[in-house]
Design a protein. Structure first.
Length: 57
């Protein structure tokens, strides 16, 4: 499926050390973002993106 556009903003916050890197990666790998999206967004509001592109090293 997809990742939410706000997650990109969160990735920038990780880079700026405002959000914990490990916690952000769990948010992605455990599909927390997708559970949120499916509950609160319309399917057309969810963009298909590879989470591997968003994981922080």
């Amino acid at each position: 499926m997809a990742i939410l556009v706000p997650s990109f903003s969160l990735a920038f916050m990780v880079a700026d050390e405002h959000i914990d890197r490990a916690l952000f990666n769990v948010f992605l790998t455990e599909n927390v973002y997708l559970a949120y999206a499916e509950q609160f967004l319309l399917s057309e509001q969810i963009d298909a993106i590879d989470i591997n592109d968003c994981l922080c090293d």
